[in-house]
Structure formats: structure tokens, C-alpha cells
Design a protein around this ligand. Structure first.
Ligand SMILES: [Zn+2]
Length: 234
């Protein structure tokens, strides 16, 4: 085997090891973003439900104030009935009382309707809060697990990376670049054996000319079909 290819083969073993160590860790940020988005949807639902309840409570309080105002007004008008001097004034005051009472009753009806609806709104809020809390718990557990996974792998990854640097040393830079590109695009197999004249990466036939070159061990041979770096299976 060409010495550079031999080194690359060794490097590939290290890179595959590194890949299996980092594969699940590399997917963590995307997974975290996805989960955070789901949680944000639930938070938004809780916020919206809370705003509905708050608004109903504010509106109810405003209507209750208006009712109290009308009640005070009615008492005042009733007192005035005792001091009016003539029938016309008496009738006018009665008429006024009736008008205020009508408005008060309408307000009270509106207020009761709001109070009637608030239980359902509060139930919706409670459901939303429970769903959010549950998702938050799951999310926190995910973050803790992710952190634990990262921490538990840190030493192994550092060790393999150190080994990788040592193995990669001495390989020509352009060949190393070609190898690294292939490792990514060829699913972790940049260097592959030839068996019975077939490339074991893509299963296409390798030319006799390339086989001769491989046997000569003096040049780096790549597959004409998949571009993988080849070596002869011993
Ligand atoms: Zn091939």
C-alpha cells in the first residue's frame, strides 16, 4: 500500500471513531431548537389565555364599579324624592330613577355574562399552564441530559482528537483535503479496498491500469466512479 494511503486508512479509523462519538452530540443543537420552538408555542398559548382572563377580570371590575355608581345615583335620586316641591319635579325624578335603574340592570346582565364565562377561560388557562409546565419539565430534562452527554464524552473526544492530529501529521495537505472532503460526502468512507477488481465503495470495476498502479504502490489511486481513495485488499 502507498504509505500516504496507509496513513489515511489509519486516519479514517480514527475519524470514524470520532464520528460515532460526536454524531449524537452534533444533533443536539437542532434537537434543542426544535424542542424550544414547541415550548415557545405553549408559552404563547398560556400568555394568550392569561390575557383573556385578565381582561375579563378588568372588565368585570369596571362593570361592578359602574353598578355601584348607579346604585349610589339611585339612592341619591330616592332621597331627592322626599324634598321635591311639586308633582312635575317628582315625576321627572321618578323617570330619572327608572332610566338609571334600566341602565344598571343592563350593566349587571353584562357583568353576570362575563362572570359566567370566566370559569371556562380559567379552565383553558389552567390547561395551557399545565401543558406548558409539563413541556418545560421535559425540556429541562433534555437540556440536563444533553449537558451530561457532552460532559461524559468530552474526555474521549479530546483523546481521539489528539490521536487524530498525530495520525494526520505528515500527510500532504492537498491529499488530506481530498480525503476530508470525501469522508464527508461519502458517508465516512473516503478510503476503501478493491476486491476482485471491484471498488468496495461503489462496486464499479476498477481499470486494469489502476490495478497495476495499485500494485506498484508508488501512486495514490482514486476510483474512477466514486473518487474514493483505493487500496488493494491484502
Ligand atoms: Zn468507487
Amino acid at each position: 500500500m502507498h504509505p500516504s494511503v496507509s496513513k489515511l486508512l489509519e486516519l479514517q479509523k480514527v475519524d470514524q471513531e470520532l464520528r460515532s462519538l460526536t454524531k449524537d452530540i452534533d444533533s443536539l443543537p437542532a434537537e434543542e431548537a426544535k424542542r424550544r420552538k414547541n415550548l415557545d408555542v405553549l408559552i404563547a398559548q398560556t400568555t394568550a389565555a392569561r390575557e383573556v382572563v385578565n381582561k375579563t377580570e378588568l372588565d368585570t371590575r369596571a362593570l361592578e364599579n359602574a353598578i355601584r355608581g348607579s346604585d349610589a345615583n339611585i339612592s341619591k335620586l330616592n332621597e331627592r324624592l322626599n324634598t321635591v316641591r311639586n308633582n312635575a319635579e317628582y315625576q321627572a325624578t321618578l323617570f330619572q330613577i327608572e332610566a338609571v335603574r334600566k341602565e344598571r340592570d343592563a350593566t349587571q346582565e353584562e357583568c353576570l355574562a362575563l362572570i359566567e364565562g370566566i370559569d371556562e377561560q380559567k379552565a383553558t388557562l389552567a390547561t395551557a399552564e399545565a401543558a406548558e409546565a409539563e413541556e418545560q419539565k421535559v425540556f429541562d430534562a433534555f437540556l440536563a441530559e444533553a449537558e451530561q452527554l457532552r460532559a461524559s464524552r468530552a474526555d474521549s473526544i479530546a483523546e481521539v482528537k489528539g490521536r487524530r492530529d498525530a495520525v494526520a501529521e505528515g500527510v500532504a495537505e492537498d491529499l488530506l483535503g481530498t480525503y476530508e472532503g470525501l469522508f464527508k460526502t461519502r458517508d465516512g468512507m473516503a478510503v476503501c479496498p478493491v476486491e476482485d477488481n471491484f471498488c468496495q465503495g461503489c462496486y464499479n470495476k476498477v481499470t486494469m491500469n489502476d490495478i497495476a498502479k495499485l500494485m506498484g504502490k508508488s501512486s495514490v489511486v482514486t476510483c474512477g466512479s466514486c473518487q474514493r481513495i483505493l487500496y488493494l485488499q491484502a
